[in-house]
Each structure stands twice: as structure tokens, then as C-alpha cells.
Design a protein around this ligand. Sequence first.
Ligand code: C5P
Length: 221
Amino acid sequence: MSFNVAIDGPAGAGKSTVAKAVAKKWNLIYVDTGAMYRAMALFMMREGVNLQDEEAIAGKCREAHITIRYENGTQVVFLNEENVNALIRTEEVSHAASLVSVIPDVRRAMVELQKKLAADSDCIMDGRDIGTCVLPGAQLKIYLTASSTVRAGRRYEELTARGVSCDLNQIQADIEERDYRDMHREISPLRQAEDAILVDTSEMTQEEVISAVSRLCGKAG
Ligand code: C5P
């Protein structure tokens, strides 16, 4: 049986940074499930599908074949055989991903792919519904969070450092809107699994979070 770690939490809590570092330390594969929903969102945007039209999304999603491969230890997402890693990190795609991810047919396809990846390899998987729905039997579940003010501030600094001009209040509003949608959707909303360990990173440095999660991982393995 493979060893699986589930990390869930709201946007900007630092899940991917932590998961990547812990994966390296414990020799696990890092599975970023948000990237799969982002690839699906990109497909819908390119096809000109109205993102408020659930039926249209459900109808179209069968045409998007999303696969994951690993190149030099890095996850690469393919949309109909095209590497879309560099195209899915925009604010527009973040917003679209949270709209397409409410559609049951989209979730079904993504969850199937995620379960298969976890069954085949020791992995640390991050997302919104990993502990509650995708990997209910994971040996370790973490719910990583931070206040929306802290999360928006981190995102603002990250973008500013990359030379992207942005507005802090707008970033916070976008994060809160996405949190709300992720937590209130009908199917597998974001919530802490009963057996998940809560890690609030509002007052922690990145190094502290990585070492705390690494320790938990060592104990669970
Ligand atoms: O984690 P990331 O910000 O890349 O996720 C983008 C969006 O994809 C989230 O806001 C959420 O709506 C959706 N998502 C999801 N379930 C997951 C991972 C992401 O619904 N397991």
C-alpha cells in the first residue's frame, strides 16, 4: 500500500511550497491537484465557454484530456497533450478554476485521476478535498490555513517581487471570494477533515511550517 499525505486549505495558505519541500525530504511525489482544475479552466476559456453555464461546462469537459507527468521531479500538466504549466498561474485562470471546479462531471474526472496517482505512488497531494474525499484513508492529513489578510499580503509580496503591479485590497477580495465559493459549493466543499491536523501559519515562517509538517510526516510514515 502506498504512503499518502493529504494537505488541504484555502488559497494562498502556502500548501504547495510546504508540500514540495516535504516531498523532497521524504522522497514522495508531489501532486498539485489545483493545477488539474486550472488546466480544465484554461480549456474552457480557450473554447469560449460561458463559465456561469454549468451545463455547457459539463458538456465540454469530456473533450479535455488532462494528464500528469513528472519531468526531473516536477509535475507537468498536459491538456490534450500540450504542456500548459506556464499558462495556468494567472489570476484569470485562478478565478475560472474555482468556477469550473463546482461542476460534478469535472470533479469526477479529476478525482479519478488523483486517486490513481496516489494508489500508484507514495505521494503528498494538496488541494481542497483531498482529506475529505480523494484520500480519506491517507496516513496523514493536514489542514493548512492562515488569515485572509496574511495570505493576501504574501501573495502581494510574491507578485511585487516578480515585478507585477497589483492592488493588495483587490488580492484580498479575490482570495475571499474564492474561499467562499470553495467552502460553500455543493460537492466536496473545502473543509477540515475530522482526523486532519490544523496548522495555522499566520504567525509562522515558511521554514517553521515546513519543519512542523516534515516532523508530522516522519511520525506518520
Ligand atoms: O490550489 P489552487 O489555487 O491552484 O486551486 C485552484 C482552484 O481549483 C481552487 O480555488 C478550487 O476552486 C479548485 N480546486 C478544487 N479542488 C482541489 C484543488 C483545487 O476544487 N482539490
